[in-house]
Design a protein around this ligand. Structure first.
Ligand code: SF4
Ligand code: SF4
Length: 237
């Protein structure tokens, strides 16, 4: 049954249809002090800010939408998401304004926001995991807005990792980045940067996790995501 037209989920249904199917709305003045202090850099007197809207994708639908849009750009996922959010906001919230924090050049702690939303439960390889979806979800947009939308209750779910005795992700990592109980980022990065490394275009640990296999990203989505992140790493480290 479709949601009632004035329900919070109906408000986001145009994004859902594109695969931008995770959403959380926070009142800015109720965010943890540290996060709020960080965000204040992006406030401007001319633009009142009341809420932060976090938008993500879970599963494969977003990539299908991106391919259907046929964007010819270096980062079609970001470009598609930015356009989709702009269209959605203009259609659903006329008369309101927003400032895009992500994607863009206004850094924001996405995993910290994901934790508040109940989306982020860290795996041994540090990507988030959710029951059902597994690790096959991501953050696509974060915006500050002058809206008064209903605030989203945090998702109350338990990490699938708590019930995973075998932890196949740890053994699957060729860099042994998770041996010893923690994640050693330097080992992962060094391995990924090797010429011909299988981890240039995927994470073998992520691929070994049995949770949410039905939602595993398509090969070309995976390649795009990991090669893009590796280019960022090689540019900044
Ligand atoms: S394989 Fe097990 S421990 Fe590793 S991410 Fe998946 S559920 Fe968590
Ligand atoms: S990308 Fe490769 S090296 Fe890094 S954690 Fe995943 S499997 Fe290990």
């Amino acid at each position: 049954m479709p949601p009632p037209p004035d329900s919070p989920s109906a408000r986001f249904s145009a994004l859902d249809r594109l695969g931008l199917n995770l959403h959380a709305v926070f009142d800015v003045d109720r965010l943890p002090a540290e996060l709020l202090a960080d965000l204040r850099r992006h406030f401007t007197p001319a633009h009142p800010v009341r809420q932060l809207i976090l938008i993500g994708n879970a599963g494969r639908a977003l990539w299908a939408s991106v391919k259907a849009a046929g964007l010819d750009s270096a980062d079609p996922i970001d470009d598609f998401s930015v356009r989709a959010v702009a269209r959605w906001f203009a259609g659903q919230l006329p008369g309101h304004r927003y400032t895009l924090l992500y994607p863009g050049d206004r850094p924001v702690g996405l995993q910290a926001l994901g934790q508040l939303a109940g989306w982020h439960h860290a795996t041994p390889f540090m990507v988030g995991i959710l029951p059902g979806w597994g690790s096959w979800f991501g953050y696509r947009a974060a915006l500050l807005a002058d809206t008064s939308l209903p605030v989203t209750a945090p998702l109350r779910v338990e990490s699938p990792c708590l019930a995973c005795a075998a932890q196949p992700c740890i053994a699957a990592c060729p860099a042994r980045a998770m041996e010893g109980g923690g994640f050693v980022l330097e080992k992962c990065l060094a391995y990924r940067r090797q010429p011909g490394s299988p981890c240039r275009a995927r994470c073998l640990a992520r691929d070994a996790c049995p949770v949410g296999r039905a939602h595993r990203y398509d090969e070309d989505h995976m390649r795009h995501t990991y090669e893009h992140s590796l280019r960022m790493i090689e540019r900044h480290f």
